[in-house]
Each structure stands twice: as structure tokens, then as C-alpha cells.
Design a protein around this ligand. Structure first.
Ligand code: GTP
Ligand code: MG
Length: 207
């Protein structure tokens, strides 16, 4: 019942040297700035204020670690898993040097984290896969890190367009070696697709 319990924020990681020791299975949420990564973590955990969200791209500026409550104290058991919210890539309202630093952090983490069980690559339903998304998928393929594509903000497009978009996105990742073939469509606003995503996460960490 991992998703039935409260989750807490335990650590913000500004650069690789501040990562927690590798231990619990980690699942990370990656995607372009403003795609809805932090909102999706809030929707999955049912805790609105857990991860900070904003209309302005570039809200999340560190790797933010969230774990089920009750495991974080000194000497306590390690948490069974962690959800990792990431800074977005692509456009952000911040100085270029800072955006470059976040992008490097994201790419270094995605490539080099042994306990990273799966990356959820979020794609805005209105925009589809962009060039920088494809670059991230290529990086994950090369590093043999399992990933799954999640469409976000489906409430922003016509309901009838969702199955087509899912099939189209699925077709575009079909030949990619590290891609999990099933695409999940979600709306954090309307709480849609969340059970499918929770199930996928629990299956991924059990592998
Ligand atoms: P960065 O941290 O800046 O990279 O952004 P993010 O990917 O974490 O996006 P965030 O969750 O902060 O959401 C960005 C904006 O999209 C906010 O205004 C959210 O309210 C909105 N948003 C997120 N998910 C949904 C959704 O499912 N539907 C709608 N309509 N809006 C959403
Ligand atoms: Mg965010």
C-alpha cells in the first residue's frame, strides 16, 4: 500500500555529490520544463503541496527526493523506494548558466544511477515528442536505463484524440531498446491514468 500512505520530501540535490547513498529503488520523472512532473508526483501521492509546482517553466531546480513517511529517521529502516522529481530540460525562465547546470545534473543522474529502476519521461499531450525528448530517450537507450513514456495534461486535448496520440507515441518508441512499450495517458488535473501509473511504478521497482 505504498501509495496509500503519506509521502515526505527528504532531500534536494543540487549536484551529483549530494546524492543520497544508493539503496532504495528510485523512479525518476523527467521531461521538458512545465510538462507537469511535479504536479504528477502530487497527484500520484494525493498530496497537493508535496512537490512545488508553477506556471513558470523552471520551477524545480534540484533532484527532489520523496519517500513514504516513517523511514527517514536516523537509524531507521531505509525507505522501500523513492520518487525523484527532476528539473525540466529545454526552455526555462532562468539564466542560461543555471539551466545548463540543471541539464547536466539531469543527464549525469539519468546515465549514472545504479538504483534507478525506471525513468518516466513525461510528454505534454498538446505538444508530443520534441527533439530534446528524443535526445533524452537516446541517452537512456545508450545507458540501458528502462523508461516509459507518460502523456500529461490530457484534459487539455479532446478526449477522442487521446487514443490516437497514445498509439502514435507508442509507434514512435517501438524500436527503442530501453523503452517500455506501453504509453500511459494522464491528467493530474482530472486524476486520470493515475492507477495505471501507480501499478507500473510498483511493478518497475519490484524487478
Ligand atoms: P518544472 O519544474 O518547471 O520543469 O515544471 P514541471 O514539469 O514540474 O511542471 P509543474 O508540475 O510545475 O506544472 C506546470 C504547470 O502545468 C502548472 O501550472 C500546473 O498546474 C499545470 N499542470 C500540470 N499538470 C496538469 C494537468 O494534468 N492538467 C492541466 N490542465 N494542467 C496541468
Ligand atoms: Mg517541477
Amino acid at each position: 500500500p505504498l501509495f496509500g500512505n503519506p509521502w515526505i520530501f527528504i532531500r534536494g540535490v543540487p549536484s551529483m555529490q549530494f546524492l543520497p547513498p544508493e539503496g532504495p529503488a528510485e523512479v525518476a520523472f523527467a521531461g521538458r520544463s512545465n510538462v507537469g512532473k511535479s504536479s504528477l508526483i502530487n497527484a500520484l501521492t494525493g498530496q497537493r503541496g508535496l512537490a512545488r509546482t508553477s506556471n513558470t517553466p523552471g520551477r524545480t531546480q534540484e533532484l527532489n527526493y520523496f519517500v513514504p513517511d516513517g523511514f527517514s529517521g536516523e537509524g531507521a529502516d531505509l525507505p522501500p523506494m523513492a520518487l525523484v522529481d527532476m528539473p525540466g530540460y529545454g526552455y526555462a525562465q532562468a539564466p542560461k548558466a543555471q539551466v545548463d547546470a540543471w541539464t547536466k545534473l539531469v543527464f549525469d543522474y539519468l546515465r549514472g544511477r545504479a538504483t534507478l529502476k525506471r525513468v518516466y519521461v513525461l510528454i505534454d499531450s498538446r505538444h508530443g515528442l520534441k527533439k530534446n525528448d528524443e535526445e533524452v530517450l537516446a541517452l537512456l537507450d545508450k545507458a540501458a536505463v528502462s523508461y516509459q513514456v507518460v502523456l500529461t495534461k490530457t484534459d487539455k486535448i479532446k478526449a477522442g484524440a487521446v487514443p490516437h496520440l497514445m498509439a502514435d507515441t507508442q509507434a514512435r518508441i517501438l524500436k527503442r531498446p530501453a523503452a517500455f512499450p506501453e504509453v500511459i495517458a494522464t491528467s493530474s488535473e482530472k486524476n486520470e491514468g493515475l492507477d495505471a501509473l501507480r501499478d507500473a511504478i510498483l511493478t518497475a521497482i519490484a524487478r
